[in-house]
Ligand binder design. Structure first.
Ligand SMILES: [Zn+2]
Length: 122
């Protein structure tokens, strides 16, 4: 499934052909960071040192956004009993009431297993 791959030191940049998006991964942290095509292409064209600096910068800013999103999504979950999840089949974002089956509004995928559809901001 991997279309392109670049690794320098602990930083790797992977583009998955089935997502049309890219991820930066580090061995320490297995969470993925989605990149736009423009950012991906910029990173693929950079020299090694610049690539590492950009990866560090990108990871530090996305982490801040993710923490804020995580806080707010937990507030929504706690006050409204609604989760923000991604479809285990097509990856689209869905809202769902806790305790009810999840049905993807994009592809129709149905499941009663919450772990099939991971939280968007976790
Ligand atoms: Zn779906």
């Amino acid at each position: 499934m991997k279309k392109t791959f670049r690794q320098i030191g602990e930083y790797s940049l992977v583009r998955y052909s089935n997502h049309k998006e890219s991820t930066i991964e580090t061995p320490k942290e297995l969470s993925s960071h989605y990149l736009s095509k423009e950012v991906h292409d910029e990173l693929m064209d950079m020299g090694d040192e610049e690539f590492i600096e950009e990866c560090k910068e990108y990871l530090s800013t996305t982490r801040k956004f993710e923490e804020k999103n995580l806080d707010l999504s937990q507030e929504i979950a706690q006050t409204l009993n609604i989760g923000i999840v991604t479809c285990g089949n097509c990856g689209k974002v869905n809202l769902h009431k806790f305790g009810e089956d999840i049905t993807c509004q994009s592809c129709g995928y149905e499941t009663d297993e919450p772990s099939d559809c991971p939280d968007l901001f976790n």
